[in-house]
Design a binder for this molecule. Structure first.
Ligand SMILES: Cc1cc2nc3c(=O)[nH]c(=O)nc-3n(C[C@H](O)[C@H](O)[C@H](O)COP(=O)(O)OP(=O)(O)OC[C@H]3O[C@@H](n4cnc5c(N)ncnc54)[C@H](O)[C@@H]3O)c2cc1C
Length: 427
């Protein structure tokens, strides 16, 4: 096991939260730290623009990957391409297996600070019938299956788009941040993508002369779709969607199974559909379960410093966390799983690690960062919304629709990838 003369910060994961954390730690702590990023692959996948690429009939694999080895090297950050298999918080070690070639031996890495940013498993394997009858746009492989299906095999039938039930852990249990009671746990992990996909699919149908919004139903396990954006935003979104003719089905509870002819839900409802575009449960990786840093599902518990309350040298950022804010703080327990918020968390984790090392002041996540900000690209047009605070608590919300949404999303992707490529953080 290598020893390091400087504090050694190990960052697990190299996508939004991981790469962002590593680059920000270098920016804030300078050369006072050694930094190592461990990811099982050596590229960043820019997930948010996969749906737009698919419906524009562009291969997302050609545009949505970015090498991370060179940007990390530019900042003097070590990179290990390895699959993390365990964390031992008491001994401050991480187990990993080099993942360039199968069959590698296991190694142990020692850390002084750890940032856990490994995302989640998107659990398509738990949805009966998905392999045979389902589609999705959450990675380039599945995106390309749909991209080929639409022009070649689509018979003009109904399109159903929606989420399976999300299982939030107890990481924030007992926290009652708002007067009047606890904020209910999220029932869907991330519903910007289904809404965006619904808009993009409608544009595609119209452009192909195969229909439009009336051919599409969007469904949600929750009381309202995109509940994390808050009622103000959702009511406006539903107003826009309803007037365009989209179908809407709520409180489906969970997906029981996909069949050739449609979707059966656990609440007994069903939906006929030729195309089923599904967003699954977001499940923590197995190696995070039953650890003293994790909640009962395996989400890493942090406070608003992105620091684990029991192991202060362990930080977490991105979608693998459960934020447990102190009581009476107007922040929801657990936050929506957006890339934008993953970036904000990475920055706070980096500031606090740097503060520990340089003797600076601790930095709490500003409440303004825990806002729901979304750009929904419908292809040529779209919707941008921002809601202060999250999980239905928003008092101030802004919704805007038009071509600027399409261009904003493309511009953000270009800016993000270009700046990261040159070893700069985007935000
Ligand atoms: C279709 C779709 C559209 C979306 N659109 C938007 C959007 O418009 N705006 C927005 O803000 N968010 C959007 N999101 C959400 C966004 O993609 C996530 O919030 C973001 O990817 C989370 O970043 P992360 O770094 O926490 O996790 P991830 O992006 O999942 O990265 C985790 C990293 O950890 C690595 N890893 C995992 N396990 C291991 C292991 N055992 N060992 C080593 N490495 C490991 C992975 O290889 C990966 O690089 C969208 C999501 C989807 C599915």
């Amino acid at each position: 096991m290598a020893t390091h003369p400087k504090p050694h910060v190990v960052v697990l994961g190299g996508n939004f939260a991981g790469l962002g954390s590593a680059q920000k730690i270098r920016e804030y702590a300078g050369d006072r730290v050694e930094i190592t990023v461990v990811d099982k692959k050596s590229n960043l996948l820019f997930v948010p623009n996969i749906p737009a690429e698919v419906f524009a009939n562009h291969d997302p694999a050609l545009s949505m990957f970015m090498d991370i080895i060179k940007p990390l090297d530019h900042d003097g950050i070590h990179f290990i391409q390895g699959e993390v298999t365990g964390i031992d918080p008491d001994n401050r070690t991480v187990d990993y297996v080099p993942s360039e070639r199968p069959g590698s031996e296991s190694h142990v890495l020692r850390y002084d600070y750890l940032v856990v940013a490994v995302g989640n498993r998107l659990a398509y394997d738990r949805i009966e019938g998905f392999a045979e009858y389902g589609h999705t746009v959450s990675d380039t492989y599945h995106g390309n299956l749909l991209r080929r299906y639409l022009p070649q095999e689509y018979r003009g039938g109904h399109i159903a788009i929606g989420s399976a039930r999300f299982h939030q852990g107890n990481g924030a249990e007992g926290v009652e941040p708002y007067p009047g009671g606890r904020i209910p746990p999220a029932e869907a992990a991330c519903e910007g993508p289904p809404v965006e996909t619904m808009l993009a699919a409608a544009t595609w149908l119209q452009e192909q002369g195969k229909g439009g919004p009336k051919n599409i139903t969007v469904f949600t396990p929750a009381e309202i779709i995109a509940e994390d954006a808050g009622e103000t935003v959702v009511n406006q979104l539903l107003g826009i969607a309803g007037s365009m003719g989209f179908g809407y089905l709520n409180k489906t509870e969970d997906i029981a199974r996909l069949t050739k002819d449609g979707i059966e839900f656990t609440n007994g409802a069903s939906l006929e559909a030729e195309v089923k575009i599904i967003f699954p449960d977001w499940v923590p990786h197995d190696f995070l379960r039953n650890l003293p840093i994790s909640d009962n599902e395996g989400f890493v518990v942090t406070d608003l410093l992105m620091r684990n309350p029991s192991y202060p040298e362990v930080f977490a950022a991105g979608v693998d966390i459960a934020i447990a804010p102190p009581a009476a703080t107007p922040v929801p327990a657990g936050v929506p799983k957006t890339g934008q918020m993953s970036e904000a968390m990475a920055k706070i984790a980096a500031q606090n690690i740097a503060a520990d090392i340089t003797g600076g002041a601790a930095k709490r996540m500003p409440l303004s960062e825990l806002a729901a900000f979304c750009i929904l690209d419908a292809g040529g047009s779209g919707i941008i919304f921002r809601a202060d605070h999250v999980l239905g608590t928003s008092k101030h919300a802004h919704v805007m629709s038009g071509p600027q949404a399409h261009w904003a999303k493309i511009a953000f992707e270009r800016y993000f990838l270009a700046s990261r490529k040159h070893g700069m953080t985007a935000l």
